[in-house]
Write a protein of this length. Sequence first.
Length: 494
Amino acid sequence: MAYSSFSEFVAALDQAGELRRITVPVATELEITEVADREMKSPGGGKALLFEKPTIGGVASSFPLAINTMGSRRRMAMALKVDAIDELAQQMQLILKAKPPTSMKSAWKLAMQGLDLLHAKPKHVRSGPCKEVIHRFDGDPSAGTAASALPTLLDLPILKCWPQDGGRFVTLPNVHTRDPDTGERNLGMYRMQIYDDRTAGMHWQVHKVGARHGRRYYERGEKMPVAVTLGGDPAYTFAATAPLPDGLDEILFAGFIRKKSVELVKCETVDLEVPADVDFVLEGYVQPGELRPEGPFGDHTGFYTPVDDYPVFHITAITHRRNAMYPATIVGIPPMEDFYMGTASVRIFLPVFQMNFPEIVDLALPAEGVFHNLVFVSIRKQYPWQAYKIMHGLWGMGQMMFSKYIVVVDDDCDVHNTSEVLFRLCANTDPQRDSTFIKNPCDALDHAPSVACIGTHMGFDATRKLPAEGHNRPWPELLKMDPAVKAKVDALFR
């Protein structure tokens, strides 16, 4: 079943030998980052780290900090309660291919899938662990709550990650917003710079759903209610980062992957609902038209991103568990924890890509490409220029529009082996014939384009060439040893 709390997940990591406890005081300013960065770059992603005594400006925090909890293939699978991520990919494939039953066997199989889908619908509850401690900043504390010694933003063990960062920022915020016209909710992840005890930046880029919701509130001249949750079942954090098709509810997706309905509770000061089992809830609003400089920050690009103006989030309440645990990550030069989260997303949503493009065999986002910069995709090629169809199709799918380079290879190439893909790229391409440029939106954090948020992308066709593609010579065969010889040598030296 699903995790009932973030601390339960951390305890499971501890029991599995996947956690290292740090019992000495370590500063949230740079020091935790240095420890975590070394661990993340250890073979296989190292261990999860639990800092039992994080310090803020030399003062001990009331809350322990856990980091790198999803920073390996095994921990990523444990976070989603599966033996391997491919299990969820197979479930996704079954749902996408589900057809009306034609026999008792197929009806039962469909029913089993339906049981999983039933969990996608959230439940509404009156209260939950996230309200064990409530602090309202409007001077009206709720009756019957433990309202003593309650924190502001400055009391949370929020990290300052890199020396030239503009300040501390929340690295794993699950940001809840709602479309004022349709009522559709969205769960996204946007970094939040801490300005003071009650305000933070809201770094939603112009392409993000949160920014789209914000525009509608701005046009109406209304304050935009926002809630930020931290911790709880790691499925929430994964859902917030998953590349879901626009309009698909992340809360429904979280319920599906955790095989248990998400229990939602109403916030204290804003008209939004959040998961009842999270560790912290930051409630507040974004004021239309109010912007403040945000940054610079070291980010997943491996460079500092520039200062730019972003909306300001005003805190109206903070609620939390009595024994809350603060979840964190860091981003920077890969590989880091986000590589394993991104890889899991690709594996789970591969069936969605294959539903749109049946010729796709596999897809990978290598660590060196920091997600958006480089995509490897293998296809079963059947006709001329099919590779270009795949490139343009992927550039038109959600966040894949940020993919700076796409390399298409044949189905016998392992896209998870970067060396093998580069070998095919170098061997199978004529640079002028087999490359293409397009104009497309870019990631706002990409410093390379001359103008922010817009630039060019490049695609490479590294597949075998057909005569109709301008290759009029015989295509050579790839070197392979005779299978009988391989088997004989295997037996000889076993």
